[in-house]
Design a protein around this ligand. Structure first.
Ligand code: NAD
Ligand code: ZN
Length: 360
C-alpha cells in the first residue's frame, strides 16, 4: 500500500476584510515591470466598486472579467494563455482568481498552462503536468466547492469533462474573506453550499473513508447542519462558517473520494451543461437508496429555504442521450468504487442509472 503524499495550499489568510491585504501579499512576488499580475474576476463584479477598487494595478497588471454562465472549457483556457503570451514579453508574476469555482479553476488552469507546453486537453487526468505553475492565488467569493483547497481544476474538453489533477494545481496562496460572499443570491448560495454538504455525505459514507477524511468531513457536515437547518447564526457567522465548511469539505474529499451524486451530475453537466452545484442537487434529491440520512436532511434544508429544483430535465431525452450520460457517469470508476465498494459493477448497471436519470 502506498499512501498519497498530498500537496496543500502553502499559505492562507482568513478573516472579514482580509481581502484588503491583497496588495501587501502580492508585492514581494512581483518579478519586475514586465511581469504583470493578471486578475481573473467573476464578471458579476464588473462595475462593483466595493470589490474592484481594492485591486490596485501597477505597471501592466490587468483585470480580466470571466463570464460564469458556463463552466470552463479547455479551449477557453488555451485562448486565455495565448492572450497572455501574445500581449506580454515575460511570463506573469502571478495569476489571481477572484470568484466562485469557475473563476478559481480558470486561474489554476491558466497558471499551469503558462509553464506546460501544448493544449490543456492533453493534461486532463492525473499527474500529467510536468512543470510547476506560475504563482497563483485563489480568492473565493462564494462558498462550497472546495476548489480553494483542491488539487484539481475541472475542465470540459472535446472528449471529456475531467480535472487537471496534479501536485502543482493547488494555490500558493488563498485569501478567505467571508465578507466577499455577502451578496450571493439565495438560490446560488444553496446550490454551491449543497456541493459542500454532498461532499461530506459522499466522503463520510464512502468505502475509502479514513480518519483523515472523517475528521474534516464530520466538521464540515456539522457546520452545514448549523448553517442550513438551525436559526441561531447571524448572517456574518453563517458566511464565516460556510467558508470554513467548504475548506473542510474539500480537505475531506482530498483524501477520499466523492460518490454517486457527483458521478451522475457529471453526466448531466456533460450532456446538458447543467452546472456542478445545481446538478448535484438535482441528482442528490433522488438518492435516498444510497444516502438515506443525507437525502432526508437535504430535503429538510431545501424546504426550509424554499428552494425549488428544476424538474423533468431528462423528460425529452433520446436513448442515445441517456447512453451518453450513463457512459460519462460510469467512466468515473473511483467514485463508484468509493460509493459502493469493489464489487460496484454488479450493483450499478446501465439500467439502474437509466431509471434514476429518468426521474430527474
Ligand atoms: P460558480 O463559479 O459557477 O458561480 C455561480 C454563480 O455565483 C455565478 O453566476 C457567479 O457570478 C455568482 N457569484 C459568485 N460569487 C458571487 C458573489 N459574491 N455575489 C454574487 N454572485 C456571485 O459557482 P461555484 O458553485 O462556486 O463553482 C462551480 C464550478 O466549480 C464548476 O465549474 C465546477 O466544476 C467547479 N468545481 C471545482 C472543484 C475543484 O476542486 N476544482 C470542486 C467543485 C466544483
Ligand atoms: Zn462537488
Amino acid at each position: 500500500m502506498t499512501y498519497k503524499n498530498y500537496p496543500m495550499v502553502s499559505r492562507v489568510v482568513f478573516g472579514r476584510g482580509s481581502f484588503n491585504q491583497l496588495d501587501e501579499i502580492l508585492a514581494p512576488k512581483r518579478k519586475g515591470r514586465n511581469a504583470p499580475f493578471i486578475f481573473y474576476v467573476d464578471d458579476v463584479f464588473k462595475g462593483n466598486h466595493w470589490l474592484t477598487s481594492r485591486i490596485s494595478l501597477s505597471y501592466n497588471d490587468k483585470i480580466i472579467y470571466i463570464p460564469t454562465n458556463e463552466e470552463p472549457k479547455t479551449s477557453q483556457i488555451d485562448q486565455l494563455v495565448e492572450d497572455i503570451i501574445l500581449e506580454y514579453s515575460e511570463l506573469p508574476s502571478g495569476i489571481i482568481g477572484i470568484g466562485g469555482g469557475i473563476v478559481m479553476d480558470v486561474a489554476k488552469a491558466v497558471s499551469l498552462m503558462l509553464t506546460n507546453k501544448g493544449q490543456s486537453k492533453d493534461y486532463q487526468g492525473w499527474d500529467l503536468i510536468k512543470n510547476p505553475a506560475i504563482y497563483h492565488v485563489g480568492i473565493p467569493t462564494i462558498s462550497g466547492t472546495g476548489a480553494e483547497v483542491s488539487r484539481t481544476t475541472i475542465l470540459t474538453g472535446p472528449v471529456r469533462k475531467l480535472g487537471i489533477n496534479s501536485d502543482h494545481t493547488p494555490f500558493d496562496q488563498v485569501i478567505l474573506d467571508p465578507e466577499l460572499t455577502k451578496d450571493v443570491p439565495t438560490n446560488q448560495w444553496f446550490y454551491t453550499g449543497m456541493d459542500c454538504f454532498v461532499h461530506c455525505v459522499e466522503s463520510l459514507n464512502g468505502t475509502y473513508l479514513n480518519a483523515f477524511s472523517q475528521s474534516y468531513g464530520e466538521k464540515a457536515f456539522e457546520l452545514c447542519q448549523e448553517i442550513f437547518l438551525e436559526d441561531h447564526l447571524s448572517k456574518e457567522e453563517s458566511q464565516d462558517k460556510l467558508m470554513m465548511a467548504s475548506w473542510h469539505g474539500g480537505m475531506s474529499i482530498a483524501y477520499s473520494q466523492v460518490g454517486v451524486a457527483h458521478a451522475m451530475s457529471y453526466g448531466l453537466g456533460y450532456l446538458l451543461g447543467v452546472k456542478h452545484g445545481i446538478g448535484n442537487c438535482i441528482v442528490f434529491d433522488h438518492l435516498e437508496d444510497y444516502y438515506p440520512e443525507g437525502v432526508a436532511m437535504f430535503k429538510k434544508m431545501k424546504e426550509k429555504h424554499g428552494i425549488e429544483l428544476p424538474q423533468g430535465i431528462c423528460a425529452d431525452l433520446t436513448d442515445a442521450q441517456f447512453n451518453t450520460m450513463i457512459d460519462v457517469a460510469l467512466s468515473l470508476e473511483p467514485l463508484w468504487e468509493n460509493a459502493i465498494g469493489k464489487n460496484w459493477k454488479t450493483k450499478i448497471t446501465r439500467d439502474v442509472l437509466l431509471k434514476l436519470y429518468k426521474k430527474m
